[in-house]
Structure formats: structure tokens, C-alpha cells
Design a protein around this ligand. Structure first.
Ligand code: PRP
Ligand code: ZN
Ligand code: MG
Length: 213
């Protein structure tokens, strides 16, 4: 039985297409998008798992997956014990605070005593305490940008990429708190065989990246 390395990828979302494209460019073939939640490569010793991105750091920490591709924002927010093996340079985005377009903004101190909706309570909480701001954080798992218009919060803190979600919800970006890109993560207990496969994978990824620069 040959050893396979298990790699967790986002099933669908901002990282999926770029992740699939990376493996394609590395010459690593596998089926995806058929509703299957796992797939073994036909030409590389890897098995791919297709998961919710937020669950990937936990699977990697627990050793259910050996490697994963996630946004750095998701990895840091999870506070899981995983290592960043390599920065992938795609799916760049930022975590920003936004408020209704009609509101004025002077500084981060404007948030004192306010309610902020976010899916990133840890990153936001750390930033606010560094800035000496006391606000109430409301953790919600999605559709964060709706919060001001329904009276849940005066501000939001969410991922911004093109900015179109903010625009269509009448919000403006006022402060960036974290810049993110896709990263390859690993758990702390890769065995020797997995390490050898990881080295092969990294060699190909670096060659693909070098060809682009
Ligand atoms: C983020 C964020 C917004 C959108 C912003 O979600 O929550 O919904 O992207 O992107 P835009 O500036 O290009 O409009 P994400 O794709 O990370 O999905 P998830 O929150 O469901 O994991
Ligand atoms: Zn997510
Ligand atoms: Mg979202």
C-alpha cells in the first residue's frame, strides 16, 4: 500500500478555483466538483478532501488531514496549532471594518461603545484591544454585511476583496485590520513518508510560482 498525503481544500468559495488551478499547474490530477467529498489523485500520492474552509485548520491540527489550503485569516482566527508551510500568493483579501456610507468617520476611537458584527471575533478583539477601543463584538457566521441595516450593529468587520459586497449593502471601508492570502498549512505530526511527499509537492509549487515571476 503506497502512502497518500491527505490534503484538505475548500469545497466551494473564494479559494477553491485557485487551489484547483494550483494543483493543475503542478501537474497533479484529481476529480472535483462532482459533489464527491474526497478524491484520490491519479498521478500523485495524494488524497484530496473537500471541506468548509473554517473546518480545515481543525482537521489539520487533529491529523485527519496532513495538509490544508486556507486563507491566513481563517488559520489565524481558528487559533489551531498548525504551521504555515508556504505562502501561496493567491486569493488575496483584507479584513476590514466598515460602516454605513452615510455615517462620518474620524478614527477607530469612534467605535467605543458601539456594536460590531463579525465572523472574526478573535482577530477583531485583538485589534480593538491593541487600539484601546472598547466595543461589543457580535459573532455571526455569515451575511455579516446585513447587520447595520437591520439594527444589529453600527459597524461590521469582514473580508473585503473586490469591495462589491460592501457597495451593494451601502457600507464603506474605514479601517483594514489584517491582510490575507492563501497559505499551505500542516499539522505537527507528519511522518517521514508524508514529509517526503510534502517536499515533492513544495518543489512543484515553487516551480509554478517561479514560472509566474
Ligand atoms: C467574504 C465576505 C463577503 C465577501 C466579500 O466571504 O464575507 O461576503 O467575501 O468579497 P467582495 O469584496 O469581493 O464582495 P467569503 O468568500 O470569504 O466566504 P465565507 O465567509 O462564506 O467563508
Ligand atoms: Zn468561510
Ligand atoms: Mg462571507
Amino acid at each position: 500500500m503506497t502512502t497518500l498525503i491527505r490534503i484538505a481544500l475548500q469545497k466551494s468559495g473564494r479559494l477553491s478555483e485557485d487551489s484547483y488551478q494550483l494543483f493543475k499547474e503542478c501537474g497533479i490530477r484529481f476529480d472535483y466538483g462532482t459533489g464527491k467529498l474526497k478524491s484520490v489523485s491519479s498521478n500523485f500520492p495524494a488524497e484530496f478532501l473537500f471541506l468548509r474552509d473554517d473546518d480545515i485548520p481543525g482537521y489539520v491540527e487533529d491529523g485527519v488531514a496532513d495538509l490544508g489550503i486556507v486563507g491566513e485569516n481563517v488559520a489565524v482566527e481558528s487559533a489551531r496549532n498548525v504551521q504555515t508551510v508556504h505562502r501561496l500568493g493567491f486569493s488575496k483579501c483584507r479584513l476590514s471594518i466598515a460602516i454605513p456610507r452615510s455615517e462620518s468617520w474620524n478614527s477607530i476611537a469612534d467605535l467605543n461603545g458601539k456594536n460590531i458584527a463579525t465572523s472574526y471575533p478573535r482577530l477583531l478583539g485583538n485589534y480593538l484591544s491593541e487600539q484601546g477601543v472598547t466595543a461589543t463584538i457580535h459573532e455571526i457566521s455569515g451575511s455579516v454585511e446585513i447587520a447595520p441595516s437591520i439594527g444589529l450593529a453600527e459597524a461590521v468587520c469582514d473580508i473585503v476583496s473586490s469591495g462589491s459586497t460592501l457597495l451593494s449593502n451601502g457600507l464603506k471601508e474605514v479601517e483594514t485590520i489584517f491582510r490575507s492570502e492563501a497559505i499551505l498549512i500542516a499539522g505537527s505530526r507528519l511522518n517521514k513518508e508524508h514529509q517526503i511527499i510534502l517536499e515533492k509537492l513544495l518543489f512543484r509549487i515553487k516551480a509554478v510560482q517561479a514560472a509566474k515571476n
